[in-house]
Design a binder for this molecule. Structure first.
Ligand code: NDP
Ligand code: OXD
Length: 314
């Protein structure tokens, strides 16, 4: 019985310590560090695993993705037949909702402008529109999008959401499918992307989408916030829109290439805020505790929660 841990870029020590604490008495192999017999692996805990990793794991019972997004797993040409579960965890959701709220408020309240005034030692009280005058649109009404919508609505914003299938949410205007996208964008001053990366969403945030955003809003122009995945956005189109004023500003946590290359013009753009794909960090303790609970359920004969649908891709 072996747990295989393969998580590129994660600090191995804190994750293996959490595994030893919450899943004691099981064999543990770290991909790239330990030798192991692939036939003995029953659970794989992965983040950005090398494609092909699952192929020799003939006894695999379940895969646990160590984050919420599963795009790297789903593009593996040798997906196992066993269930693949992802992270849905209150700690991660709260971190994301905090980040999204912080960025929406920063745009509504002109935070970058205030930093510039401070740097120039200027005491100026610029007008700030009320939250109730600002229309926020959240793309993706999953675990993360729904929570962000609820908190933003509580802060007084006019909130709408867009999803693949129709959803009804208290106090939130909802739109769905390709036919719902146009009307959703047309009423959006601050666009928040919390979509997964799938073949349908790749490159969605492009020139056409940006041109569909509202231009008659209280902020004087639309803002973009993306914490979904970098593959959703066409950075050349975003930069062009920022430069010619079709976008008033952007906050990006995810990028076409990560880490964001030092030569990217996004780093120094006066209308762009960059965060390094840590809108919602994965906490080793919280996530391994969740996976230990999942394994206990699974071994008791109950189904796993938050299993990914390979046909949908998320
Ligand atoms: P969920 O799977 O719970 O929700 C996904 C949402 O996106 C659903 O509402 C779904 O629609 C919608 N969706 C999917 N495809 C389409 C489409 N083609 N058109 C319209 N809507 C679509 O995911 P989570 O909320 O848990 O996470 C969302 C993403 O956030 C992750 O996939 C990941 O990429 C990203 N993420 C980023 C982090 C960061 O630190 N930057 C941290 C964690 C996650 P429907 O409701 O109809 O299924
Ligand atoms: C992600 C995560 O999907 O950190 O980006 O969970």
């Amino acid at each position: 019985m072996t747990i295989l841990f393969s998580a590129d870029g994660f600090p191995t020590h804190s994750w293996t310590a959490a595994i030893a604490r919450h899943l004691p008495g099981r064999g543990l192999a770290v991909e790239g560090r330990d030798a192991y017999d692939p036939a003995t692996v029953d659970y794989a805990l992965v983040w950005k695993q090398p494609h092909g990793l699952f192929r020799p794991l003939t006894g695999l019972k379940a895969v646990f993705v160590l984050g919420a997004g599963v795009d790297k797993v789903m593009t593996d040409p040798h997906l196992p037949a066993c269930p693949i579960a992802r992270v849905v965890d209150p700690d991660l959701t709260m971190r994301m909702t905090g980040w999204v709220t912080m960025q929406v408020l920063a745009h509504q309240r002109g935070f970058r402008h205030h930093l510039a005034l401070q740097a120039a030692h200027r005491w100026e009280q610029a007008e700030q529109p009320a939250a109730s005058a600002v229309r926020v649109g959240v793309m993706g009404l999953g675990e993360l999008g729904r929570d962000a919508c609820a908190v933003l609505a509580r802060l007084g914003f006019q909130v709408a959401g867009w999803s693949r299938t129709a959803r009804a949410l208290d106090g939130i205007a909802t739109f769905s499918g390709p036919e719902g996208l146009g009307p959703f964008l047309a009423r959006t001053d601050i666009l928040v992307s919390l979509l997964p990366l799938t073949p349908d969403t790749r490159g969605l945030i492009d020139r056409r989408l940006i041109d569909g955003l509202a231009r008659d809003g209280a902020l004087g122009g639309p803002f973009l916030i993306n914490a979904g995945r970098g593959g959703l956005q066409v950075e050349a189109d975003i930069l062009a829109a920022l430069d010619d004023g079709r976008l008033a500003g952007a906050t990006l946590d995810v990028f076409e290439t990560e880490p964001l290359p030092p030569e990217s013009p996004l780093w120094d753009h006066p209308k762009v805020t960059v965060t390094p794909h840590n809108a919602a960090d994965s906490d080793a303790e919280a996530i391994i505790r969740l996976i230990a609970r999942q394994i206990a359920r699974f071994e008791a004969g109950d189904g796993l929660a938050h299993v990914v649908d390979p046909a949908r891709g998320y």
